[in-house]
Design a protein around this ligand. Structure first.
Ligand SMILES: Cc1cc2nc3c(=O)[nH]c(=O)nc-3n(C[C@H](O)[C@H](O)[C@H](O)COP(=O)(O)O)c2cc1C
Length: 176
């Protein structure tokens, strides 16, 4: 199985969590890492190139820091532009059928905030459910989300451990 991790962090150079995840993924040598904001600093997405990348992979992970309980804007544009009618859905739109989609999300707020009876009254699975529905709409399987909460409290040892678990999560069952 070929795995593509699409990273959407507007300022990766100032990132702690997502940068550590990227470093761990690259060190594993087991996945393709695609940095969306670095690739498209001007915001102009090359749809054909992105669709070709998706064609070449069976498992797609969307990695991003939570921003206003959602994904950074370029990832939303990416979805809007790349998942074209006639390619991803609609007549003849079967390009993604049978592939897998997952999200990996870092948050500043804590796990307790994202509990049903927590500060926000919504879990991260609920808040990221549009990705699950999108996967369903285009015929993809949906993987369990990978979430790192409380980014401000993570120690360097904790982040190293979490990054190793992230690589395992992303590549689980992918070597067969
Ligand atoms: C514009 C903006 C909006 C944010 N919105 C949220 C949010 O809705 N929920 C949350 O838990 N953290 C929010 N954060 C905090 C980031 O998610 C957090 O700093 C990031 O996940 C840490 O990862 P990094 O070290 O890779 O940047 C926001 C940060 C920014 C800059």
């Amino acid at each position: 199985m070929n795995t593509l991790v699409i990273v959407a962090h507007p300022t990766l150079s100032t990132s702690t969590i997502n940068a550590a995840w990227v470093a761990a993924l690259r060190a594993s040598g087991r996945v393709t890492v695609h940095l969306l904001y670095e690739e498209y600093a001007d915001g102009l997405i090359d749809v054909v190139k992105e669709q070709r990348l998706l064609d070449q992979h069976d498992r797609i992970i969307l990695q991003f820091p939570f921003q206003w309980y959602s994904a950074p804007a370029l990832l939303k544009s990416w979805l809007d532009e790349v998942l074209e009618r006639g390619w991803a859905y609609g007549p003849g739109g079967i390009a993604l059928q049978g592939k897998e989609l997952g999200v990996a999300v870092s948050t500043w707020s804590t796990r307790a905030d994202y509990e049903t009876h927590g500060t926000y009254g919504r879990t991260l699975s609920e808040l990221t459910s549009p990705f699950e529905v999108t996967a369903k709409r285009v015929g993809m399987g949906y993987l369990p989300g990978f979430f790192l909460t409380g980014a401000g409290h993570v120690t360097s040892e904790g982040l190293a451990d979490n990054s190793a678990r992230y690589v395992e999560h992303v590549t689980a069952g992918a070597d067969g």
